[in-house]
Design a protein around this ligand. Structure first.
Ligand code: OGA
Ligand code: MN
Length: 314
């Protein structure tokens, strides 16, 4: 599947402006014309409850996720997920539709996740990324990654499971405040590896036709990534703005963006092995409608649901 999506036609490139994806030091700083909030840490917290953050389990668990992980004690410099969600992710998405959080899990867990992704590749578990709609051109000319869908409970995938659980919790903390969506489920995790042979992923929209996916979350795993040498930048062209967000796929970075036509994007050719893990969250209503359409179409013709992974992980 095309990360489960057919690519959008490539339109005239807009002027590249975002030269950096490192977070600016202060909120409201301008990144090459695209105003982004401070990306690495949220602002000074508003105290919600004296003596503590959000109560454990305050957010209803509605995602189909692996065993809930206990919320780790926030380490030094680590922000509780509830605060990260409400003080940073929610406003960032409302303003820009794109949000970057660096040092999301920390060195230890990030390292275990990377080791698991490398293990999947070594174990021959990755397959060429596919596209949704059959095309006359080979998928490989559109996307050059190799992928596996992981639930998180498989042997050798527990750290990936912990990542997904953490992202679930972050998204649940945003409940009702992300673009009016009613997020009730998600895909499995797509572990993707660009082998570094100069291939990327052409400009596309993840969900151009309302397949239910509303939020894309990508966790990057690449230590010592130097985009000048290794390429592999993700470029997002926010709809209606003459700016480009250049996102470097650096280790322990979480990227969140709207999955629909507001965020066409492309992966520039990668010249070193590039790992990322993506999860897509579903809006309940859009997903139900898409499934209804699918059933109708399937009754008439044996067509896969457009925009849905061929190996649909749901
Ligand atoms: C995708 C995609 C971006 C990235 O798989 O749909 O756009 O940075 N990936 O890996
Ligand atoms: Mn994509």
């Amino acid at each position: 599947m095309g990360a489960a999506h057919a690519p959008e036609p490539v339109s005239a490139p807009r002027r590249g402006m975002g030269r950096e994806s490192r977070p600016p030091e202060s909120p409201g700083a301008s990144v090459g014309g695209l105003l982004l909030l401070a990306l690495s840490e949220p602002r000074e917290p508003k105290r919600r409850r004296p003596g503590g953050g959000e109560a454990e389990g305050a957010a209803k668990r509605r995602c189909a996720c692996p065993e809930p992980e206990p919320e780790p004690e926030p380490g030094r410099g680590r922000v509780p997920l509830g605060r990260l969600a409400l003080d940073y992710v929610v406003p960032c998405m409302a303003l820009y539709g794109i949000c970057v959080k660096d040092a999301f899990l920390g060195e230890a867990l990030g390292g275990r996740i990377l080791a698991e992704a490398e293990g999947l590749r070594r174990g021959g578990k990755l397959r060429d990324g596919q596209l949704v709609s059959p095309r006359t051109v080979p998928a490989r000319s559109i996307r050059g990654d190799q992928i596996a869908w992981v639930e998180g409970r498989e042997p050798g995938c527990s750290a990936i499971g912990a990542l997904v659980a953490r992202v679930d919790r972050l998204i649940l903390h945003c409940a009702g405040k992300l673009g009016g969506y009613d997020i009730q489920g998600r895909t499995k995790a797509m572990v993707a590896c660009y082998p570094g042979n100069g291939r990327g992923y052409v400009r596309h929209v993840d969900n151009p036709h309302g397949d239910g996916r509303c939020v894309t979350c990508i966790y990057y795993l690449n230590r010592h990534w130097n985009s000048k040498v290794h390429g592999g930048i993700l470029q997002i062209y926010p709809e209606g703005r003459s700016v480009v967000a250049n996102i470097e796929p650096i280790f322990d970075r979480l990227l969140i963006f709207w999955s629909d036509r507001r965020n066409p994007h492309q992966v520039k050719p990668a010249y070193a092995t590039r790992y990322a893990i993506t999860v897509w969250y579903f809006d309940a209503k859009e997903r139900a409608e898409a499934k209804g359409r699918h059933q109708l179409a399937a009754a008439q013709k044996d067509d896969p649901l457009p925009g849905t992974p061929v190996n649909d992980p749901t």
